[in-house]
Ligand binder design. Sequence first.
Ligand code: F0G
Length: 361
Amino acid sequence: MKAANMNQGRGVIERFRDFLPPCETVVSLGEGNTPLVYSPRLSERIGRGCEVFVKNEGVNPTGSFKDRGMTVAVSRAIDRGARALICASTGNTSASAAAYAARAGIPCAVVLPAGKIATGKLVQAIAHGARIVPIDGTFDDALRMVRELGAEKDFVIVNSINPDRIAGQKTAAFEIVEELGDAPSFHLLPVGNAGNITAYWAGYQEFWQRSKSTRLPAMLGFQAAGAAPIFHNRVIENPETIASAIRIGNPAGWKQARAALDESNGAIDIVTDEEILATQGWLAQTEGIFIEPASAASIAGFFKCAEQVGAGRLVQISDGSQIVCTVTGHGLKDPDSILRRIDSLESVPAEIDKVRRAIGF
Ligand code: F0G
């Protein structure tokens, strides 16, 4: 039996072909079509009739938003006769590139800052058979090497400096407009290498230009306090944050992100590691959505907006606004800060009274 909707399970290329660069080959794992979840508690937090939605990108095939861009980048790399893929990564890009390379049947090399990649992501890259090269340096060093290696023939770079990645990632904005019936008033997201904020802004603009929406959102980006080059307007030589995915001191998409922020009347702000971890726990325990620390930056930023501090002071959130926060990656990717709590679990004898007492409520 044929699927009722011919685009079902065929990913973002088949769904949004008219808005994407041409792809002859389609290398897809069924990415996109992620839930836009209404959050009653976040809506309550800001009040005044505002509606807050969480775009949960952690449920993409490899557990992050990178898959939207990777399907386009890898499909077009195959069209061009690429023999191998290469990327630098803080983890998620490498997991996604490794999976799509496996699907395409070509090798993939990933260059990573040694000792700085969250367990789940490294496990993925290994499982999918990527060639992994840890370096004694930062993500920014790794990307510099990848740019050089990519200039040599046969390697296609699948970082977000590849415009096909940005094109694919635009599709998240398309989905939001389609689902809400218009663009939201505000869009909040974490910022690392600054590809995703660039992509969302491009997507919103494109749908607006094609009259699929009547407005454009203000883009609000959030960096980790110890890795906030755009916020401070200077390169950070040794970025540091618990949110390893956005531990980046010199983002490749800096200029484009700045343009997105300025053109959309948006703002960039910072959130501390404490705020990130507290928000990650809050979202898991009150809304049932488990995200990685980097992803919590958007929600931690939302709290600042709701309380009218930081970026919240810079933007006027009017009554009845629709607000979308993107959460970028699944919590299982980066379990390290929570794993420690497993040690505090103590077993009890398999006796009903002891179990009842241990439950305690
Ligand atoms: N959230 C997660 C979970 C990420 O993995 C990244 C980037 C970002 C946010 C920031 O997005 O770079 O487009 O501004 N991760 C890249 C990587 C750098 O290598 O996986 P961005």
